[in-house]
Design a protein around this ligand. Structure first.
Ligand code: CU
Length: 176
């Protein structure tokens, strides 16, 4: 028994990278690392708002994001921006494909989740549940990943991956 333990320990020492990859290569059942999930606080229920995040496909095959839903929004759509002459216009896309090892950022003026009929109140610094649905390329496997989105103000919408896992600080009121 002692002998086996020593061998195991030596194996770990010899392959620290392997041990590390085992811990982190599959952050959820979809094999897609999801970071910086944030929903821009809505001011009223009639004006849509947007959700952003960063996705990294850790699989060696394609993964396809097909839907993002949250009870904070009456209805959601996946949107992209396309250049129409000099103007950037939004358009709905049916899904977003992540190539193996590809990182895709949903961000202002780029891909985003459009949140129609936002539910109020949306307090900056609070969290709402969100579900991301992924499939494989031939749509034979579906994974629904549940996590939470932080509510951010419009000025913090661009976000940064470094801030992702820490709580979003509330803005300071100015004082006289
Ligand atoms: Cu949009």
């Amino acid at each position: 028994m002692k002998h086996i333990c020593i061998i195991t320990l030596l194996t770990l020492i010899a392959n620290p990278a392997l041990a590390c990859m085992d811990d982190h290569a599959h952050p959820n059942s979809a094999g897609v690392a999801i970071n910086s999930v944030r929903l821009v606080s809505a001011m009223d229920t009639t004006r849509p708002t947007a959700m952003f995040f960063t996705l990294k496909n850790t699989n060696d095959t394609d993964r396809v994001l097909t839907a993002v839903t949250t009870p904070a929004c009456g209805r959601t759509e996946l949107h992209d921006h396309i250049k129409d002459g000099d103007v950037l216009r939004m358009r709905q896309v049916p899904n977003v494909t992540l190539k193996p090892s590809e990182t895709v950022s949903f961000a202002p003026l780029s891909l985003h989740v459009m949140c129609f009929e936002p539910k109020l109140p949306m307090t900056v610094g609070s969290n709402v549940p969100v579900t991301l649905t992924f499939t494989n390329a031939d749509d034979t496997e579906t994974q629904m990943i549940k996590l939470s989105a932080g509510i951010v103000s419009i000025k913090d919408a661009a976000g940064s991956p470094a801030k992702s896992s820490s709580p979003i600080p509330a803005g300071h009121d100015h004082h006289h």
